[in-house]
Design a protein around this ligand. Structure first.
Ligand code: HEC
Length: 322
């Protein structure tokens, strides 16, 4: 190869590299620009530091572009979140609103149980940079601010565990109707009928097939999501009573699980949390097997006859479904 040729090759190589460099910076200009994210001005330097932390801890799964398609993402179930969506499941805000930094903090440091999103040991000094960088993947953060944090009353059932569980069982099956179309039921049909009539005066006349299994629901994440069976699946956002109460109150963003705060009074949200906690504690015990066995082999059930009622009651006592 002549000298000239070598120079030409070198020049071409330079041009090629320059082109690649151009492409690369075009693919991630967000990291180099100061931005207002969630109403807070974030400097280019901070985003640069955040990108370093992200590259170290998160990129393998969530990908360079935050699209959830990193090299380790293949085959993961659930898949790593596409952070460009700006949709989050476990923030303590009304489902669908943007999280507060405290939510990111909790989720990054605590992980999501039963998923590849482990508890990441990000040093505190890097955490804020990382959180702001994660936001920069989604345009939502440039247009919206975080939701108001949902705060519940202190647990009103302390020292009354059994009463809380009994109330929670009734609210779960009879008032919130958690098993009608989503989660499994954990009591007999006769009990659901009785709880519903007691709490709403309505008569449940029919039950769905597979009442004791969850019903898959569509989600905003591009795939269906199966609601939790509390005696079986790990609870992603934590299974202490307080964590369950928070998740139930806030709902789960991007899924069928709605916000229950202000739909039910706090005392009933806490009661549900105690009840769900009691189901979690059944996991892998003979009692859990016995419960499922009893439910699956329960005798046929038909609704009890409507008691003789005056005309006023007849109008009042709705039947579900007709
Ligand atoms: C080993 C793979 C993996 C790594 C590494 C990883 N994640 Fe995740 N991440 C996941 C998976 C899987 C989910 C989805 C969990 C779900 O949908 O329940 C997730 C979900 C999330 C969510 C959504 C939380 C919500 O409430 O919806 C955020 C935010 C997140 N990760 C941030 C991070 C950050 C920041 C890092 C780096 C510190 C990181 N992840 C590292 C796998 C990973």
């Amino acid at each position: 190869m002549s000298r000239l040729d070598i120079h030409t090759v070198a020049l071409l190589a330079c041009l090629l590299f320059a082109g690649l460099a151009c492409q690369r910076s075009a693919a991630s200009p967000r990291t180099e620009r100061a931005q207002v994210l969630g109403g807070r001005p974030i400097s280019a330097e901070q985003l640069g530091r955040g990108r370093d932390a992200y590259t170290h801890y998160c990129r393998a799964c969530h990908g360079d572009a935050g699209d959830g398609a990193g090299i380790s993402a293949r085959g993961l179930q659930p898949p790593p979140r596409d952070l460009r969506l700006g949709v989050y499941k476990f923030a303590a805000v009304s489902a669908g609103q943007l999280p507060n930094d405290a939510d990111f903090h909790r989720i990054i440091k605590g992980g999501l149980h039963g998923t590849a999103m482990l508890a990441w040991d990000v040093p505190d000094a890097q955490l804020d940079d990382l959180i702001q960088y994660v936001k920069s993947f989604s345009p939502r953060w440039r247009a919206e601010i975080p939701g108001v944090q949902i705060v519940l009353s202190p647990d009103p059932w302390l020292d009354r565990e059994q009463a809380a569980i009994e109330r929670g069982k009734r609210v779960y099956h009879g008032l919130a109707q958690c098993a009608v179309a989503c989660h499994p039921a954990y009591v007999t049909r006769a009990e659901i009928f009785a709880f519903t009539q007691e709490l709403t005066r309505m008569r449940i006349e029919e039950f769905r097939a597979n009442l004791y299994a969850p019903v898959p629901k569509p989600s905003d994440y591009g795939f269906g999501i199966v609601p939790t069976d509390f005696t079986f699946n790990p609870l992603r956002a934590g299974d202490s009573t307080a964590e369950i109460a928070r998740t139930v109150a806030a709902g789960i963003g991007g899924t069928a699980m709605p916000t229950w705060k202000d739909v039910l009074p706090d005392i009933d949200l806490w009661a549900i949390a105690h009840y769900v906690r009691s189901l979690v504690l059944l996991r892998n015990t003979p009692e859990s097997d016995a419960l499922h066995q009893r439910l699956l082999t329960q005798p046929d059930w038909t609704p009890p006859p409507i008691p003789d009622a005056g005309p006023a009651d007849a109008v009042d006592g709705a039947r579900v479904p007709q």
